[in-house]
Design a protein around this ligand. Structure first.
Ligand SMILES: *Cc1c(COP(=O)(O)O)cnc(C)c1O
Length: 420
């Protein structure tokens, strides 16, 4: 038998849920979301100003954002519509971070009207912003150290090839300019590696940012009020992979805080995070039904879901574990490609996956779709995006986004008179 990965919902529950909501849909686990958010908070309890700004792009659903707000989180937005969504949910002022890039002026204007904390991606954005809005007293800047980002000699990523952030020299110049424009408090941000399950990621990144902060403080006299460690903490997509120990990560960041910031007299710096995947990934799954089986040169199971509902396997070859519900203990003796119905051969949730024998009508759970799942969906082949359902703490369910209908698909053609 293969390695097991448990679903947060059992077969009986799911049979009840699918009576109410037809597949496919993304299902979210309120209990898991809350428990995890509390653990993160606890891991950084040592830091007075700690706040997680959930990366809205990972799961832009108001019901999910509301749960996170209740757990004390803010939001990290990257676009006009994410700001609008967050405002509608009730986030205000410094509960909102605006970490955008290649930013249109209207996005800056809304971020400013909402008093969100602006995180500039580029030195030229200072001017762009200054043309359309008054410079606030607090500003964050995104740092790109260039070169390669290493953790104990392993290359984690390649910032020198990344489009984001200020160079080191631009940071000094930018901070000086911003001070002339009246900025009094600064934040420093960097996002150097994605889906990282190394426990050392945050501590190594924190050290780099803390040292830059000390240097910037010396070079420009700027007051650094927060360090934004951004996102990037990974989750165990593979069975048998260990989840990160968030308490150890919090302790690791504290160690470098005490080592670098405290001796520099900067012991009032708040730590912010902008996690997406870590906050939601494991607490969502895509529920689908096997609607076809096909045997040619390989054995295929066709689902009612497709890459339009979950793009990661198709674009990154990402692994998502699959459980055939009700057959959890059956031997995995059948090798299948599990596919959707797009006219694209990469529309496969799994390739050569060993699973129990699947019958048409079986319910399949595709794990870890809570972040960068629904939100990356698209309408290729005229496929309609699925519903989102919340499994609440008391075991009841709530539809938190209805499935798209053909009318939604045709909505952008409504001016033509063909689709009134
Ligand atoms: C995507 C993104 C995040 C969240 O990343 P995760 O990998 O989901 O943690 C945070 N900050 C910024 C600026 C991002 O672009």
């Amino acid at each position: 038998m293969g390695l097991m990965k448990k679903t947060f919902v059992n077969f009986e529950q799911l049979q009840e849920i699918t009576k109410k909501y037809p597949t496919p849909f993304h299902l979210y686990d309120e209990k898991g979301i809350r428990k995890n958010a509390r653990r993160l908070k606890q891991a950084f309890e040592w830091n007075k100003g700690f706040k997680e700004y959930f990366a809205v792009k990972a799961t832009p659903n108001p019901a999910i954002l509301k749960i996170l707000e209740e757990e004390g989180c803010g939001v990290d937005c990257s676009s006009l519509t994410e700001l609008m969504l967050s405002e509608a949910v009730g986030f205000e002022g410094n509960e909102m971070m605006f970490s955008s890039n290649m930013t249109p002026p209207e996005d800056f204007m809304l971020a400013h009207r909402l008093n969100a904390i602006i995180n500039f991606d580029d030195i030229t954005h200072i001017d762009c912003f200054n043309k359309v809005a008054d410079m606030p007293e607090t500003i964050c800047c995104r740092y790109n150290p260039g070169g390669k980002f290493l953790i104990s000699n392993d290359i984690m990523d390649n910032p020198g090839e990344a489009k984001y952030g200020f160079t080191h020299r631009q940071l000094i110049e930018g901070f000086n300019t911003l001070q002339r424009l009246g900025v009094k408090h600064f934040g420093l941000h960097a996002f150097l590696a994605s889906n990282t399950t190394s426990q050392e990621y945050y501590p190594v990144l924190a050290k780099l940012l803390f040292e830059a902060a000390v240097e910037l403080n010396h070079a420009t006299g700027a007051h650094i009020s927060f360090i934004n460690l951004s996102g990037g903490i990974g989750i165990p997509y593979q069975p048998g992979q260990e989840p990160v120990d968030i308490m150890a990560i919090g302790a690791g960041v504290r160690r470098v805080y005490d080592e670098v910031l405290v001796p520099a007299g900067m012991d009032d710096v708040a730590i912010y995070t902008e996690l997406g995947r870590f906050m939601l990934g494991p607490y969502g799954c895509l529920v689908a039904t096997a609607i076809h089986e096909k045997h040619i040169y390989k054995d295929y199971i066709g689902l009612d879901a497709c890459a339009a509902d979950l793009m990661r396997p198709a674009i990154y070859g990402a692994y998502h574990h699959i459980t055939v519900m009700g057959k959890e203990n059956n031997p995995c003796e059948h090798k299948y490609d599990i596919t959707g119905g797009l006219c694209e051969n990469n529309d496969k949730f799994a390739i050569d996956r060993l699973l129990p024998q699947i019958q048409i009508g079986d319910l399949l759970v595709i794990h870890d779709t809570g972040a960068h799942g629904f939100s990356m969906g698209y309408n290729y082949n005229g496929k309609l995006r699925s519903a989102e359902v919340l499994l609440k703490e008391d075991g009841s369910t709530e539809l938190i986004r209805r499935a798209e209908t053909p009318a939604d698909y045709f909505a952008t053609l409504d001016f033509t008179g063909l689709f009134k």
